[in-house]
Design a protein around this ligand. Sequence first.
Ligand code: UDP
Length: 318
Amino acid sequence: MKLLVTGGAGYVGSVCAARLVETGHEVVVVDDLSTGHADAVPDGATFVQADIADVAADLLTGGFDGVLHFAAKSLVGESMADPAKYWAGNVLTSLRLLDAMRDNGVPRLVFSSTAATYGEPEQIPILETAPTRPTNTYGATKLAIDHAITSYATAHGIAAVSLRYFNVAGAYGRFGERHTTETHLIPIVLQVALGTRPAISIYGDDYPTADGTCVRDYIHVLDLAEAHLLALANTRAGEHQVYNLGTGTGFSNREVVQTCRDVTGHPIPADFAPRRAGDPAVLVASATAAAENLGWKPERTDLHTIITDAWTFTRDRA
Ligand code: UDP
């Protein structure tokens, strides 16, 4: 297929673009490099450096079979402090993209959504039918886009799949996580092992969990990419399918830090800080719908494997 990958110079987008190229698709990456890296665009993909909102209408005249839409602002804290950046950068940009798909008859869309659309869960594991009550602006903008996609799919026959990621981690060879502003647990802990940060502060040790720290569902970025390939192959005209992507198993923040010590051999000093606002105690996916409907089965579910791949990437780039 001829595919447009927005945000293909970012973490998840670059891994997916690499797998799409490797599986024989013709890939055009569009990325404004506001948070992505030009050298993360995989060999074999055509790269257009631009804001998708500016170029979608022109680009999509080129006979595309589908779009994978990763380009987004994704920092929760920033989304609360500067909501306009997220409503414009995420929602308006996605509407321009959807308009361009409609105008050019582009039949398929796979959208990078998030568990943040659910907010504080009432039940664990989180099913796709759970209430969507995002607790931050980032999640609200992703949910708004999901609603827009449903409308465009129904009205214009677009075959769409939204994939709601839980905690993405790991790396795929030279494609990995490197944010200028890093807020995620595993890359921050690995910075301590690398020696670029003195210690890790774990936010909260009084949550109602087995060891008092938050529990998250970590999904290897390569398993995540495989889900995108399956989603692309299983779209249905006029339908908007929504799937969680997680393993269904949670690991606590303490377990993550300990596994990072085991993998890196570094003592990784840790202290406890107050809870971070808006952090639910436990976020674990029900991943059965993606298994049943897409045939997706994550294979790199072991936390040690996920962190080993992240560490190899981090150390090699240092
Ligand atoms: N966390 C932490 N210290 C940090 C960064 C994150 O204790 O420096 C915790 C955070 O409070 C949450 C978990 O690690 O309980 C995962 O956070 P992350 O930002 O990686 O992902 P989120 O679950 O918020 O999407």
